[in-house]
Design a protein around this ligand. Sequence first.
Ligand code: BGC
Length: 236
Amino acid sequence: MKILCIDIGGTGIKTIVLDQRGKPVSERLRSLTPDPATPAACMKVIGEQAAKQPAFDRVSVGFPGVVRKGVIYTAANLHPRWVLHNLKRELEKRLHKPVQVTNDADMQGFGAIKGRGVEMVITLGTGMGSALFVEGMMVPNIELGHHPFRDNQSYEDLLGKKGLKKLGRKKWNKRLRQAIATMEALFNYDRLYIGGGNAAKIEGALPPKTQIVPNIAGLLGGVKLWTQRKAQEAVQ
Ligand code: BGC
């Protein structure tokens, strides 16, 4: 079974084809996310990339917002027209293959976790994504990014792309350490994984139990949406 994994981000749209064990069987393709990032504009980019990729049997999509049963409920960093859009149905029509859609941080999490204990994942990119897993089972749509963090600002306001630009690298790093402390106090995780394009901007040592994961995890997690399908559907 070959799976086309699609990662829709606020800045880039990426695709890769993986085999059932998560081994890439194609190059990763990346295009800039269209601006405005309407469903139609993003669909065009996905269609172009899918046509360049080798044959696949299934599709997994990580979407940067709340997703339930293939329907989009929020899209803070894309276009409001995404809200209530049935992405699963539309992609199945266009690509003629079964599609699973999940939150992008949840998909990234599947690519990063070990499946033991309480594992948390955050992604630092255009927005801030978050995911929580208990013994490998996902708690879907944890939206820590939009939760108040400090000074009337959300985690995403301070740690997302805009926050990094406004604060500068040094202060952003300081805020990240503060956020990690509040997350640890709340979730008491066994492990915290940090992914996303801006994880590369982290400077200095991280607290214990914390590790950076390569950005490709965002796509690699796509395999589990099929191999753990029953579990995934049960919680969505
Ligand atoms: C969205 C999340 C998403 C994160 C990273 C946030 O703005 O609300 O659903 O995971 O950005 O893309």
